[in-house]
Design a protein around this ligand. Structure first.
Ligand code: SF4
Ligand code: SF4
Length: 135
């Protein structure tokens, strides 16, 4: 797998976090598709809430190895780094769609990351707004 230069990592057409993550300002629970998602990404981009402005997944930040296939909407997992205190960190992996972590690519990545860090998998538990999986 050819590592993607970090400077080229961009959300592009990915909107996985707009469905998977809780957006407190919009009262959106986890795994609920944001009503502002649109073909271009976000129809209120200039006025998007602070939670959206502040969020960068670990793939975007360069903390997850790999190329564009690891982008959350393609991989099926969103990773976040969690500060455990005293300099320790762990990873949280959120399934983007049900069962995503069982696919071969995500399963292999999880196994590799678990050689280096504690990884907590958060299974997809509900889907109220349809899948954001890239077709
Ligand atoms: S999941 Fe990551 S790559 Fe996808 S839109 Fe959110 S921040 Fe960008
Ligand atoms: S407001 Fe825009 S950036 Fe924020 S979750 Fe909704 S679609 Fe995504």
């Amino acid at each position: 797998m050819t590592p993607l230069p970090l400077s080229t990592r961009a959300c592009g057409s990915c909107t996985a976090c707009c469905t998977v993550k809780r957006i407190v300002e919009l009262a959106l629970p986890q795994w609920t598709r944001c009503p502002h998602e649109c073909a271009a990404g976000c129809n209120v981009y200039a006025a998007r809430p602070p939670t959206c402005r502040a969020y960068n997944c670990s793939w975007l930040l360069g903390d997850i190895p790999g190329d564009e296939r690891q982008r959350p909407d393609r991989l099926g997992l969103i990773f976040d780094v969690v500060d455990e205190g005293c300099g320790a960190q762990s990873l949280v992996a959120w399934e983007v769609w049900p069962g995503a972590s069982y696919d071969r690519g995500p399963a292999r990545l999880l196994a590799a990351l678990r050689q280096q860090a504690t990884v907590t998998l958060i299974p997809h538990v509900t889907d109220t707004g349809g899948s954001c999986r890239e077709s």
